[in-house]
Design a protein around this ligand. Structure first.
Ligand code: BV8
Ligand code: ZN
Length: 254
């Protein structure tokens, strides 16, 4: 992390923006869970450096080799079950409690499917890309827990016998409409929009900042490295979310 006084100044600026806001929206991506041991997708050490996204995160990939994809998600389910929220997740949960205590709100929108925000105590989390904790029927949408053990066959639905699938949003699939609509609504009413641990490369999630900018919100980015939104934001903080967020969310000294 850049520890220059300039960086400290930008943290103070961002902290003041958050401290004065009453409606805060936070969009998170895989970078916030990196300190919990969950790999990111893009960049060094990212999942898509080793695996083809078309084979594992598209409906066509699942059609070609359902068991391979199913078992990849069971192994990620296990990884998430073994992981614990880190100080970045905890700082956002604490900030939500503090804002609500003074009559404000914090809407947490996540691209992550690992459930760690909820485990840290965040309420009303908007999961844009579904959840690793659930499976659903391809035909009747009946939901079930996603198992953490590798299977010999993709399980069938208890209700109708059709094939189950992970309850996540793959590339080329629509986001859950009600969840996305709530995220757009919150972003377009935000005083402050915070983008955390995301490469801001996957749409429509990456477009949420434009709803916030369009209605005059102040914007803050917390990410290890610059992204396409870095030049759009009011304050860009490049470093680890688990180190920066606790400083950003720290209670006012007064
Ligand atoms: C849709 C869920 C329409 C399951 C995921 C061309 C141009 C524009 C758009 C498109 C296009 N071609 C196709 C599209 C659309 C496509 C898209 O955006 N593609 C991109 C890649 C070009 N989008 C879609 O297909 C979406 N659907 O558009 O539907 C539609 C409408 C109606 C009817 C039918 C269809 C659906 C997208 C959903 C994809 N789902 N996965 C799973 O996880 O397996 S993808 C995936 O990317 C992840 O799961 C994650 O949710 C998402 C975003 O990634 P990030 O979270 O940002 O992670 P990333 O690794 O990229 O970045 C991490 C960052 O953290 C890095 O910058 C790193 O520096 C930083 N970092 C690391 N450590 C730390 C840190 N920062 C802070 N602290 C640290 N410690
Ligand atoms: Zn069914």
């Amino acid at each position: 992390m850049n520890m220059s006084s300039d960086f400290g100044g930008r943290i103070s600026e961002a902290r003041a923006l958050v401290g004065q806001a009453s409606r805060v929206v936070v969009l998170t991506g895989s970078g916030i869970s990196a300190a919990s041991g969950i790999p990111t997708f893009r960049g060094t050490g990212g999942i898509w450096g080793e695996m083809r996204v078309e084979d594992f995160a598209t409906p066509e990939g699942f059609e070609r080799d359902p068991l391979k994809v199913w078992n990849w998600y069971t192994s990620r389910r296990r990884e998430a079950a073994d992981a614990r929220p880190n100080p970045g997740h905890q700082a956002l949960a604490e900030l939500q409690r503090r804002l609500e205590a003074r009559g404000g709100s914090l809407v947490l929108v996540t691209q992550n499917i690992d459930g760690l925000h909820q485990e840290a105590g965040s309420k009303g989390v908007l999961e844009l890309h579904g959840s690793l904790l659930r499976a659903r029927c391809e035909a009747c949408r009946h939901a079930a827990d996603m198992p953490a053990e590798t299977a010999d066959a993709v399980p069938a639905c208890d209700r109708c016998g059709a094939r189950m699938r992970p309850d996540v949003v793959w590339f080329g699939e629509a986001l859950p409409q009600d969840v996305y609509a709530a995220a757009v609504e919150a972003s377009s009413r935000a005083d402050v929009f915070l983008s955390v641990g995301t490469s801001a490369a996957v749409y429509p999630a990456a477009g949420l900042i434009e709803w916030a900018l369009g209605s005059g919100a102040k914007t803050v980015e917390v990410n290890l490295e610059p992204t396409p939104i870095s030049r759009l934001v009011t304050v860009a903080l490049h470093g680890k979310a688990d180190e920066i967020l606790p400083r950003l969310a720290a209670a006012d000294d007064d």
